[in-house]
Design a binder for this molecule. Structure first.
Ligand code: IPD
Length: 262
């Protein structure tokens, strides 16, 4: 598929879903399902439908693997990976930190490569885009990761995925990291964490148990901005441990995690 065309259709879909989110920012949301650390909204489904309609009207044969379900063969050579609302709990509580995340993946052997990424934050009117091999952009302007090479000056975001086992993994890391970094942040949207690292607002982002649709678009945007998207698959479908950073901080992050002193 032509990446330029894919990017422009993904942008159209992300803008449309973002507008729907924005219009519903301060409304009481209809909840479809609730768990201890998770909420599913009726609007998640409506946003995904809107995105699928736009993507499938132009590329009817390309599959969609989405947080709210799949269309077509999710193991096809090309597939869209979408999170219609990333940061659902924020959005449900009317906290304006949530976004639309759309990636195009292509199969290479047994792996999928993120080729196009679009992240739309309708609340700040920000749009991050990338096509693999080209510069990442925020609202059309090229972006780069930060140059901060010391943890002591870094702002590091930590995500807590949806299950208690993820909390158990991340809490000890948080305890070790917090005294060593300038600030820890817990923002509640993995896609926005990744693009914030991509444009140098933050320096690293860690999470265990995050899902593919939360991170696929942000990953290609981060890498296109010069950052490092280190990740390892975990048991469970489309589930990862990630250490995203500006390309300079992983050795120090790993040392802290292994319990070495500064
Ligand atoms: C969640 C957010 C959150 C992250 C969770 C994700 P959702 O996605 O990205 O920041 O910590 O792991 O599941 O449910 O809001 O789309």
């Amino acid at each position: 598929m032509d990446s330029k065309r894919a990017l422009s259709v993904a942008v159209e879909a992300a803008m449309a879903a973002g507008n729907l989110m924005y219009r519903n920012w301060r409304t009481q949301k209809r909840v479809n399902a609730e768990a201890m650390h998770d909420i599913k909204l009726e609007l998640d489904e409506r946003c995904q439908e809107k995105i699928c309609k736009i993507l499938r009207s132009v590329f009817p044969k390309v599959a969609v693997l989405g947080e709210e379900g799949t269309v077509g063969d999710p193991l096809a050579d090309e597939r869209w990976v979408i999170d219609p609302i990333d940061g659902t709990v924020n959005f449900a509580y009317q906290i304006p930190h949530a976004c639309v995340s759309i990636a195009l993946q292509q199969r290479q052997g047994n792996e999928y490569v993120n080729c196009v990424g679009v992240v739309r934050d309708p609340f700040c009117d920000e749009l991050w885009t990338a096509v693999r091999g080209k510069a990442a952009r925020l609202n059309g302007k090229k972006i780069r990761v930060s140059q901060r090479a010391r943890l002591s000056e870094a702002v590091v975001s930590v995500g807590f995925a949806k299950y208690d086992e993820n909390l158990k993994k991340m809490l000890p890391q948080l305890e070790k990291l917090a005294p060593r970094v300038r600030k820890i942040r817990m923002m509640g949207s993995a896609a926005l964490d990744l693009v914030y690292v991509a444009c140098g607002r933050m320096d690293a982002y860690l999470e265990s148990g995050v899902r593919l649709w939360d991170i696929a678009a942000g990953a290609v945007i981060l890498e296109s901005a010069g950052g490092e998207f280190w990740h390892r698959a975990l048991p469970g479908e489309h589930t990862y441990h990630i250490v995203a950073n500006n390309g300079l901080l992983r050795p120090e992050l790993e040392r802290v995690n292994q319990g070495e002193s500064k």
